[in-house]
Design a protein around this ligand. Sequence first.
Ligand code: ADP
Ligand code: MG
Length: 388
Amino acid sequence: MVEERGIVRLPSVKNKSVFGAAAGVMILLLNGFVTSCLWLSFRSMRFVKNSSFRLLLVLMVMTLIFIVRSHQSVSNPSWEQPTMGTLCHITLSGSIPKSELAALRKKIDAALVNVNRRMSTWQADTEISKFNAFQSLEPFPVSPEFATVVRRALELSAATDGAFDPTVKKLVDHWGFGPESDGDSVEEILKAVGWRKVSLRGDALLKSHPGVQLDLSAIAKGYGADAVADVIRRRGRMSFIVEIGGEIVADGWKPNGQAWRVGIETPDPAQPFGADILESVMLSGRALATSGDYRNFRVREDGTRFSHIIDPHTGMPAATDVASVSVLAGSCMDADAIATALFVMGSEKSFQWLETHSEIEAFFTLHMPDQTLSTRATDGFPLNEREN
Ligand code: ADP
Ligand code: MG
């Protein structure tokens, strides 16, 4: 599942600039050709008496201009677009024709809209909201994409002994992090919580308690990042970085020919996003996702914080020694869900779990009893790896 460790061998930057120069010369030649056509056609206009022939000439010239414009390239395009209540940032390495970029952006947009339309609990007309409102034990048919995410979510629930659990929706609402709340007690809510209370029969979902509701927020951003990466790869682009709300997939190399390097933040709520980088990790062919208690939390009357990550066994906000955990995995969907699970488990249980899951690497920032933070990582976590 996980790609070869270590630093990616980079193709020579010189080769890339030779290709860049060749593309530049081609565009110049094409531009010259069109300018000549324009000049010739306007000169010949005076001699063209037939008005339909004149129109035809103008149309031909306009088509040529269109072809040249659409073949103009953009270097290392980078953009962002809103999705899932956050932003998706995308950067591609290399030059890409404008028309190809426009088509790619359209596809990515469609992929993200698709994920939102299926997995957002904040809108009533999404697939997940309809399933949540369906208070029945009858099979509920879902799309193949939705079934894929739920299937993986249930597998990861089993693998983490329920530390990750997609049925926490009502608990998330109860603690003030969801779209609604019905005032039920935690004890009452727990009766309809538990990943074993949902199952898949083909592409239909089954509840074993009519009140079961799903929340895929801890896996959907990772799934979305994987989906965007797939769109990019299918279009033949192999060097890119995609990030949705801190969950990242990277492949290939940066525009300057070096490996992608991503930062892990100091888990400090006072710092703006990305302002204080604790460590950096080289990332290629894998995904990195982070869960923490420092971005999305509430403050009790006594001033103590509680996080949006819930321990599904107790129904209470998870309160372990973990301030943040960053997980490296083969897919962003897995990294996302596992980061949430390790946050719930706490460091001791997490390291026991990681011993039997050698394909996963993790980096923790931990709350120490003396109020300081310390860090701990699995041996294979690629901290401070140098490029050569
Ligand atoms: P972030 O959304 O900040 O990336 P996570 O990936 O850890 O953080 O997802 C946390 C969200 O997932 C919560 O806001 C909540 O909607 C949901 N959630 C909370 N606790 C759990 C849990 N134990 N298992 C699965 N989902 C959870
Ligand atoms: Mg997560």
